[in-house]
Design a protein around this ligand. Sequence first.
Ligand code: GLP
Length: 258
Amino acid sequence: MEIVICKTKEEASRKAAEMITAAVKKNPKVVLGLATGSTPVPMYKEMAKAVKAKKVSYKQVRTWNLDEYWGLPGTHDQSYRYFMDKNLFDFIDIKKSNTHVLNGLAKDWRKECAAYEAQIKKAGGIDIQVLGIGSDGHIAFNEPGSSLASRTRMVSLTPQTIKDNARFFKKAADVPQHALSMGVGSIMEAKKVILLAFGKNKAAAVAAAVEGGISQYCTASALQMHQDAWFFCDEEAASKLKLKKYYAWRAEGELARA
Ligand code: GLP
């Protein structure tokens, strides 16, 4: 696990975007796993900037998103498909047919989840997985209590996540209570992981994920077992890390080598 601590979320987003841009340049057919939420938005803006400046092209890139609310059509303005279109895909030269988001209206969610995993496997697996982190330490919608071996499936959201995400809906009662989500086990198969965390609301989750025990109570802690996981944090999100000075010193060298 490498922890990159930046003064601002803008700087952290720029560094994370540089890592993705470099990977796409190196392998124009790279397979990306993408995340929603407010956290990756500044990084997506940086990625779009690089496309606009013709530094990189996403024409052959394929993407799979982590999760989708159950019961929302992709046209709903709070669906994750809609979010991805409006925050990234509409601003890069990717083929929409190469972008994949779980179908929140699938007739048979088991089939939908199994087919999604099969598609990723056929594509050769995820090369880089982008993640945010919930205030309770969840990744994708793997709430506390999710098995660290879990696969893509239907999940029940916690009251905390419903509360956290209510800011995007008119009222808390409008937030779906279920979602389809890639599992912790599915995420752990990505070759590289980039997790972004900003703000003091994420400080406890980041500390538990990085320095706590590996536990289904904080599903991001599974990343301690990943061989190539990078946390990009601002100072607030990193504020509860005991070893933050060491991580900052170490990351400089690791970033130069990455
Ligand atoms: C949701 C998403 C997660 C995301 C989290 C945090 O629960 N399923 O993928 O990491 O929200 O969102 P935000 O970045 O807005 O804090």
